[in-house]
Write a protein that binds this ligand. Sequence first.
Ligand code: PLP
Length: 429
Amino acid sequence: MKQFQKTKSFAEGLDSEDPLRLFREEFLIPGIEIDSPKTYFLGNSLGLQPKATQQYINKVLNQWASNGVESFFDGEASWIHQHSLLVDQMSILAGAKSQEISIMNQLTVNIHLMLGSFYRPSGKRKKILIESKAFPSDYYALSSFISFLGEDPASILIEVEPLSQQQPVNDEDVINAINDNSEEIALVFIGGVNYYSGHVFDIKRIASAAKQVGALVGFDLAHAIGNISLQLHDWDVDFACWCSYKYLNAGPGAVGGVYIHERYHTDDSIKRFAGWWGYKMEGRFQMHHSFQAEGDATGWQLSTPSLILYACLEASLSIFEKAGWGMVVEKQKAMREWMRFLLSDILKSEAGSMLTCITPEGAGCQISLLFSRAGKEVFDELIKAGFMLDWREHNVIRLAPVPLYNTFTEIWNFCETLQLVLNRHYVKP
Ligand SMILES: Cc1ncc(COP(=O)(O)O)c(C=O)c1O
């Protein structure tokens, strides 16, 4: 690896050598239209809009205008083929077979549907294991699903706590909890990348530990898809679901995705909720009374999809396809190392004693900085200086430079400004 130097010109050099540098041009950067581009580090929250999204949406609107309902079946670009195009692109990011992916609904809805199929309590094997500080909607989905089955969520959910409250839950904590409750766990359900700390869980290791005790295992990949490299099929994950509005840049409320391991596609012991869009393609429009599921993950679809949301996702996935997923992951690693390199000096400085980086070393775009004091004041000043970041209770600034539209120079500028702002707020003990 190249030896980093702590200068702005070095950052500019990294940008000029970056094979993905031109992809920034494909996105609408906030503030750029008034010649005052913001530094957008919120790809972990809502990714930026690809310039092509409008064209993709317009194509659907034009098809609708010209052909009405015939657009579902008419011609090569017919709507009925859209799903298979999207699953092919998505399967690369998920590390799955195309037939293991379905593009449908939104994330919390999909968590409920996956629980319907993969939470299979039996005898004393009834518990669901999750990490503490999972995203709130995951708790709401799990708790309400358990209540719906007539059980008490408090007696079913095992929340894995970290060894020390100063640290995020780590892989070891999860594995120990799986082994400690080996005979009672029906399902392990973990966020692949924790939304608060940015910690990337070892999905392969957790999946294998869950299997060894006879539990099923699923992941919420909202903060993982389009961020880290995934091999869901090879890691033998049973199911996973995600949203597409963060690192996938498919817009607010974008259509979500699920992965279901192929071994379940035609397994009659797996229950599911059904709707006509999950019916076998060849008979879907013949209006039969009894349900026959499509023999792959699309058999879990319920309703007519939004072609407009499909268009937004296609616009975005086409950029990943052009850039090459491997290249995106490479740049993500380089950006993270650059950020860590600059941050390490800040953390060692006197004023740096006000904060800790709670994101463990490893993969992923996100960095979470926990403040012991003046965090909100520092955050407000960074926002005024043109950085778009977010604040998460308690006392955390999250930021996520992403490979497709952020630059090494933006990371440099951020770290330089952070040090200046910290110095202003530092009070000697
Ligand atoms: C980890 C995680 N899970 C679930 C959700 C909820 O997603 P949705 O609003 O698409 O249901 C989010 C939203 O940000 C999230 O970050």
